[in-house]
Design a binder for this molecule. Sequence first.
Ligand SMILES: Cc1cc2nc3c(=O)[nH]c(=O)nc-3n(C[C@H](O)[C@H](O)[C@H](O)COP(=O)(O)OP(=O)(O)OC[C@H]3O[C@@H](n4cnc5c(N)ncnc54)[C@H](O)[C@@H]3O)c2cc1C
Length: 108
Amino acid sequence: MAWVQSGAQLGELFYAIARLSTHLAFPARLCPMVGVGGHFGGGFGTLVRKYGLATDYVIDDYLMDSRSRIMNRKAIGEEVFCAIRGGGAGSFGIVLSLRWIAANQLIN
Ligand SMILES: Cc1cc2nc3c(=O)[nH]c(=O)nc-3n(C[C@H](O)[C@H](O)[C@H](O)COP(=O)(O)OP(=O)(O)OC[C@H]3O[C@@H](n4cnc5c(N)ncnc54)[C@H](O)[C@@H]3O)c2cc1C
């Protein structure tokens, strides 16, 4: 498990993973300049048939709402958390960071 800030680009995320591990995988698009904040509202890539979407591996987040409250998954509740992962977070607040689990950690 790891946290990534929503301003990171996919290339930065993949580079960080590769530096830490030779066997953990994260399913997302290869295009390195795509942002984590938008891409994690869905996100299909070359591993989609086996592992699904990037958003399937997001397990927690920090969201700032319109009152500047910063809330994690437990605080925002499962319905909003589900909506953020499926529909994009922009309607609900600003996602500051996301916690994810590697695909092969979840499957195995
Ligand atoms: C060259 C290229 C290739 C692509 N290939 C693929 C692909 O193979 N598979 C795929 O699934 N998608 C692909 N996409 C689409 C890409 O995943 C989406 O456009 C994604 O929304 C980009 O996110 P962003 O943060 O870079 O963009 P932004 O324009 O910054 O964000 C897009 C939307 O996401 C929301 N958002 C972004 N950051 C936050 C945040 N921190 N908090 C709340 N809401 C936020 C906002 O509603 C915003 O309108 C590709 C895009 C490009 C440009």
